[in-house]
Design a protein around this ligand. Structure first.
Ligand code: SAM
Ligand code: DTB
Ligand code: SF4
Length: 324
């Protein structure tokens, strides 16, 4: 049994990560469960609700993304939402049982003129008694401090994949750019939410290198979203070869073992995942989900379905860690 008081390792070696992926499935699951139970309740799941506060028309060319202006997708671009709309959505999310509200903008990075509105959103969502998370693209050090001062709890910025495979997916910014934004977020004292996407045509080696990179950052991201590609018509990755669901479960289990105290989120892609696969992910150490019927622009399972699934499993959603 892993001792929760042991320091978290950030010195994982690539071959150790590869060896975890190579374990027989029962041994991998046992190890992941053991680590999970040493740090968390095995029956609790944290729920975050997403809202796209500025949709589409993004100048970046991420090949998976329906919001990129480079591709002709069903997404209609819209301007930054007004505060009232955001607060109403946050209130509904809280009533449904979410403890964190994640606001996403299809930006390369926020403009100075957007910051007053964005910081007001953080303050007002927080005043409802919800944890706040934002994902607005690249941040400089000053912007990260502005968000921290407004009370932001988490900033989501994903590495997405291995450094090698990243180059095939995005050409408008570098892996290094991403690492720099993560550094600004950490230095500002904001919790990092950092993960990636699988099912984009990457190899097992890419998945190993990606998780290795996450687990050897200066500190583990407090929240690790593992997304399965949501295939959207018009994006270059539409039609990519689907990943074996058991490989997805392995991904979750290895993430759990490498980053024992982090929340590992079973993120995008649940809409096309059956209940049995989602259950295996929860057994493998996933302890957070996106809750609510839309992710940013694509569908997510119905809230009553998620509530039912947890009930069938004798599991429950985590209640809020702080009050308004
Ligand atoms: N524009 C900001 C950025 O990229 O940093 C924030 C929003 S962006 C939509 C947040 C994350 O959503 C991406 O880093 C990516 O990992 C994930 N994502 C986007 N499209 C996706 C898709 N089709 N399937 C799965 N995950 C996706
Ligand atoms: C993350 O890793 N997954 C979320 C969140 N961070 C912002 C986004 C998933 C987006 C899925 C595609 C869409 O709905 O547009
Ligand atoms: Fe823009 Fe983010 Fe989509 Fe990339 S993932 S195209 S940066 S919204």
């Amino acid at each position: 049994m892993q001792n929760p008081s042991l320091p978290l390792r950030t010195d994982w070696q690539l071959d150790e990560v590869a060896a975890l992926f190579d374990l027989p499935f029962p041994d991998l699951m046992f190890q992941a469960q053991t680590v999970h139970r040493a740090h968390f309740s095995a029956t609790q799941v944290q729920a975050s609700t997403l809202l796209s506060i500025k949709t589409g028309g993004c100048p970046e060319d991420c090949k998976y993304c329906p919001q990129s202006a480079h591709f002709d997708t069903p997404v209609n671009a819209s301007k930054l939402l007004d505060i009232e709309t955001v607060i109403t959505a946050a209130r509904h999310a809280k009533e449904a049982g979410a403890t964190r509200f994640c606001m996403g903008a299809a930006w390369r990075s926020p403009k100075e003129r957007d910051m007053p509105k964005v910081t007001q959103m953080i303050q007002e969502v927080r005043a409802l008694g919800l944890e706040t998370c934002m994902t607005l693209g690249m941040l400089d050090a000053h912007q990260a401090h502005q968000l921290k001062e407004a009370g932001l709890d988490y900033y989501n910025h994903n590495l997405d994949s291995s450094e090698e495979f990243y180059k095939e997916i995005i050409t408008t910014r570098t892996y290094h750019d991403r690492l720099t934004t993560l550094e600004h977020v950490r230095d500002a004292g904001i919790n990092t939410c950092c993960g990636g996407i699988v099912g984009m045509g990457e190899t097992r080696e890419d998945r190993i290198a990606f998780l290795h990179r996450l687990a050897t950052l200066p500190s583990h991201p407090q929240s690790v979203p593992i997304n399965q590609l949501v295939q959207v018509e018009g994006t270059p990755l539409h039609g990519a070869h689907a990943l074996d669901p058991l490989e997805f479960v392995r991904m979750i289990a290895v993430a759990r073992i490498l980053m024992p105290a982090s929340y590992v989120r079973l993120s995008a892609g649940r809409e096309t995942m059956d209940d049995a696969t989602q259950t295996l992910c929860l057994l493998a150490g996933a302890n957070s989900i996106f809750f609510g019927e839309t992710l940013l622009t694509t569908p997510n399972p119905a809230t009553h379905h998620d509530q039912q699934l947890l009930k069938r499993l004798g599991m429950h959603f985590e209640s809020s860690s702080y009050a308004a």
